[in-house]
Design a protein around this ligand. Structure first.
Ligand code: TMP
Ligand code: ASP
Length: 239
């Protein structure tokens, strides 16, 4: 699809969004910047943006193939993705298979323990509040969505994405520990998986060694961030 890049619409921590000559589409430019802990920790890894763009493109294509609607249209350059314009629902939907991160801190569940079922959590997308954990009633009171049915739909898509990705990564010797999804509404009021699905927004552990192959390498100063992202892409492309 032929589009012209227009003015910047928004700059986030991992991407810049640009308008195009068509109001139904935006361009997402994936940045090399890394942030953690609500941007209190900052870094940069040359080539990370291109790796994330490629990884997210492949995952969105896989989801589309499995009938899960996303904002993905096409990848136009190394770090440039054409997407449908969506209005982002201000909820981060986190799906967890294995306990780690904030879940172990909050509830004391043992690090590395497999959960009895995939846990879906909602976080209110507001950096000034530090993206707090919320329940359905909070989401309705905050006006994040209009009805409880939409929240149930988000939970269902979260579980569907989890099923597709767990199976996909398992065959590539990677454990999908947890991940975060964002959703948006397009002009036709369809709910689409939006934003990105990358090692910035997911946790991947090697199935055998349990080595971390995601942004935890940056969060925990483990080194080898780019190598880990390259390894994830390599395994995705195994076909
Ligand atoms: P958490 O254990 O820190 O709550 O993170 C759960 C998952 O969500 C993990 O895969 C990383 C992802 N995540 C984001 O993508 N953005 C965020 O701002 C946070 C806090 C987590
Ligand atoms: N992405 C968030 C930030 O930049 C938090 C995180 O992923 O740890 O602050």
């Amino acid at each position: 699809m032929q589009v012209e890049q227009k003015e910047k619409l928004y700059e986030g921590k991992g991407k810049k969004l640009y308008k195009t000559n068509d109001e139904n589409f935006v361009l997402a430019e994936f940045k090399d910047d890394l942030t953690a802990f609500n941007a209190q920790k900052k870094g940069n890894e040359e080539g990370k943006g291109a790796l994330n763009c490629k990884i997210s493109s492949e995952i969105f294509k896989l989801l589309e193939k499995r009938g899960i609607k996303t904002h993905y249209v096409e990848t136009l350059a190394d770090n440039l993705m054409l997407c449908q314009f969506v209005e982002i629902i201000p909820i981060e939907v986190v799906v967890r298979n294995i306990a780690t991160g904030s879940l172990t801190k909050r509830l004391g569940i043992k690090e590395g323990e497999r959960l009895p079922f995939a846990l879906v959590e909602f976080y209110y997308k507001d950096d000034s509040l530090g993206d707090p954990l919320i329940n359905d009633e909070h989401a309705l009171i905050l006006g994040c969505v209009k009805s409880i049915e939409i929240l149930e739909h988000l939970r269902k898509i979260g579980r569907d994405v989890n099923e597709v990705l767990c199976e996909f990564f398992d065959r590539r010797n990677l454990m999908l520990v947890d991940f975060k999804l964002e959703f948006g509404l397009n002009q036709k009021n369809e709910i689409l998986v939006a934003d990105e699905i990358t090692p910035d927004s997911c946790r991947f552990w090697d199935k055998n060694s349990k080595e971390k192959l995601d942004k935890d390498r940056f969060r925990e100063d483990l080194g080898g961030v780019k190598m880990a992202y390259e390894e994830v892409l390599k395994r995705i492309l195994l076909g």
